[in-house]
Ligand binder design. Structure first.
Ligand SMILES: Nc1ncnc2c1ncn2[C@@H]1O[C@H](COP(=O)(O)OP(=O)(O)O)[C@@H](O)[C@H]1O
Ligand SMILES: [Mg+2]
Length: 270
């Protein structure tokens, strides 16, 4: 994108006052998407009057299915549109381009019962990933002011933290299962985030933890445990049937765990 510096300066001037930006991060397959969806469910239930945005930031896609949303346009589609305008030799300034992008972004948001949704999309070639990640970062900054809560279902691993896509996240929620790899990834992300993310709160949700003295054996460093969720048969059944996580009852393990994690996160900030 042309005049990228202008764009960055413009973003830095946006005051994102009290929007809570919650990002889920961790190893692949540990439950980030399920937990992000449950978080949207709990927040939408608790705060029917607040504006909530769910962002599927994982090019591997999944949050839309978990939330029962049909995606018609993604952030990547919008990026392509805007880039095409530039390549056509259109002499719009960065500011105008950004304004246009903002219009498209709100247009592309799916409106569901109690929340809005947008997906980063899946670029066709692997080389596009860094472009879409920097665009995603701009999108988060652009729309943040319009929402009270933004829940971001992150890509597996450290990349989006490293590339500062999550820079403005206020609540960084790491997710791990009982595996050593899971806890290591959580701790690595936290270490990198300490330098690159302006978070107010960080903590870890332990997911799919078997009964027994497993938790005591997990090396979590000084990470605060926000909730410990067991194997959830209702979530598994929901997943197999392709049903939305929103349909889970309040007493489902994952919904209860997420509600507890949100209580802890909000305890000191609301
Ligand atoms: N607590 C749990 N109990 C049972 N199944 C779970 C639990 N958490 C996640 N799963 C299942 O594990 C799989 C991976 O979860 P997902 O949320 O997609 O992880 P991630 O987004 O981290 O890759 C899904 O099939 C999901 O339904
Ligand atoms: Mg996922």
């Amino acid at each position: 994108m042309k005049n990228h510096t202008d764009v960055q300066i413009f973003q830095m001037e946006i005051i994102m006052s009290d929007t809570k930006i919650i990002a889920l991060a961790g190893k692949g397959g540990v439950g980030k998407t399920s937990i992000a969806a449950a978080m949207v469910k709990v927040l939408a239930g608790r705060y029917p009057d607040r504006k909530i945005l769910a962002i599927d930031a994982d090019p591997a896609v999944g949050l839309s299915t978990a939330l029962g949303i049909e995606v018609s346009m993604t952030i990547d589609d919008i990026r392509k549109k805007v880039v095409a305008t530039v390549e056509d030799g259109d002499t719009k300034s960065a500011m105008e381009l950004l304004g246009e992008a903002k219009y498209h972004i709100f247009d592309a948001m799916a409106e569901a019962d109690g929340f809005s949704f947008i997906a980063v999309g899946r670029p066709e070639s692997a080389g596009c990933y860094c472009k879409i990640n920097s665009y995603l970062k701009e999108v988060i900054a652009l729309v943040a002011d319009n929402f009270d809560y933004i829940v971001i279902d992150g890509e597996a691993g450290i990349e989006q933290i490293n590339r500062r896509v999550m820079e403005r996240v206020t609540h960084l929620v790491l997710v791990t299962d009982a595996s050593r790899k899971g806890t290591q990834v959580a701790q690595t992300i936290r270490k990198v985030a300490d330098d690159l993310v302006m978070y107010e709160r960080v903590g870890v949700i332990l997911n799919r933890i078997p009964d027994g003295p497993v938790r005591a054996c997990m090396d979590l460093g000084d990470l605060e445990v926000l909730a410990c969720i067991g194997a959830d048969a209702q979530l598994a059944a929901c997943d197999i049937a392709g049903r939305s996580v929103l349909e889970l009852p309040e007493d489902a393990e994952v919904v209860r765990g997420v509600a507890e994690a949100l209580n802890r996160l909000e305890g000191e900030t609301v």
